[in-house]
Ligand binder design. Structure first.
Ligand code: 2U9
Length: 339
């Protein structure tokens, strides 16, 4: 048995491995439970008891030597693998650069959340629309300039197909399908055939709102918009309503807020008036209710609409609308918010 162990010691000293896998195979061959050295311990049980002490010691020495030798073979590969890949595992990891939300998304979410607190739900609809939902159902007369190709993008082959110029078409679709009470907010992208400048773009975003029920009054409209203005621009914000005209509301108004920059004292943002226009609104014209089969004797409603770009420009004092569409990261990464 001692001769066998001696031969095995010599054999192990000669072992070589070219890869980490080969070294692992050697470990299994000699040191695993069913390996050659473990088998020696089985033979050990059969030798005479007076030899047990000496043979036991020699087998243990062999086992330790084999473990050390084969571990050495393995470590050699672990070392070259890391060195070969040029990896310094002590260096800190590469930090992933997080993106930021687009300012228009931030403001859209903020607007939607304010109205959600008043019980408004969100509705969305198609950007490619037909004449009825964009114009006719909203009481636009046949000769209204918005129906002109100068103002609206039409599909050449079919003048009944166009890009929506406001999200009011979604309100029409909701009214067609739902009887009041309706209390919804309508965010979305709209298209107008306008020359691009610092103040106007042919693509922009709107949020419109609609509330139809029995006994909805102009006072409800005013209070809702006052709440919105204070939540959006701060508790001290004041509002004023000026008479206006839209085909789909009667009476109609435009709403100003006290200037967010000077607080109403006068500055170049409010052109020294103390007030800045932020939205249009009014009581839904009874004809518009009837177009969508809502009983205008029983129900009344208010509606409002605002441009998200305009609100965002005011809130963050952005001077040029084109910045929203250029995707310049130096602009975009300034808007880090958690919503
Ligand atoms: C229905 C009935 C009424 C939505 C309204 C405005 C006034 C308005 C403009 C603000 C700036 C559009 O983005 S903007 O150019 N909007 O002034 N919008 S009332 O009225 C509706 C909508 C749908 C069925």
């Amino acid at each position: 048995m001692l001769d066998k162990i001696k031969a095995l010691r010599e054999e192990i000293k000669q072992l070589t491995a070219q890869t980490a896998d080969e070294a692992e195979h050697l470990r299994i061959k000699y040191l695993s439970k069913k390996g050659i050295i473990s088998e020696l311990f089985n033979d050990f049980k059969t030798i005479p008891s007076e030899q047990k002490r000496e043979v036991g010691q020699v087998i243990n020495v062999l086992k330790n030597e084999a473990q050390e030798f084969i571990n050495g073979l393995k470590e050699q590969f672990a070392d070259t693998q890391v060195k070969g890949a040029g990896v310094d595992l002590t260096l800190p990891g590469t930090v992933m650069k997080l993106g930021s939300r687009h300012p228009l998304s931030l403001v859209r979410n903020e607007i939607v959340n304010i109205f959600a607190r008043l019980g408004f739900n969100i509705s969305e609809g198609p950007e490619i629309e037909d004449d009825f939902h964009v114009f006719t159902a909203l009481n636009f007369p046949e000769e209204h300039p918005a129906r002109d190709m100068q103002d609206t993008f039409f599909i050449e082959k079919d003048p009944d197909v166009l890009l929506r110029t406001h999200t009011s078409s979604v309100q029409v679709r909701v009214m067609e399908k739902t009887q009041p009470p309706i209390r919804s907010i309508f965010p979305g992208r709209v298209f107008r055939n306008e020359a691009i400048s610092a103040r106007a773009h042919c693509i922009f975003h709107q949020v419109e709102g609609l509330y139809i029920d029995e006994n909805v009054s102009f006072a409800d409209l005013k209070q809702t918009l006052l709440y919105f203005a204070k939540e959006m621009f701060g508790e001290k914000t004041q509002i004023r309503l000026r008479p206006s005209y839209f085909p789909f509301t009667e009476p109609s108004a435009e709403m100003d807020i006290s200037c967010t920059l000077c607080g109403g004292k006068g500055c170049n943002v409010c052109k020294y008036t103390g007030w800045v226009e932020i939205l249009g609104c009014g009581m839904v014209d009874p004809h518009v209710l009837e177009y969508s089969n809502i009983d205008s004797e029983k129900y009344t409603g208010f509606a409002f609409g605002m441009g998200i770009e305009r609100i965002t420009m005011l809130k963050y004092q952005i001077k040029d609308i084109r910045l929203f569409f250029e995707n310049d990261v130096r602009f975009l990464e300034q808007f880090k918010a958690s919503i």
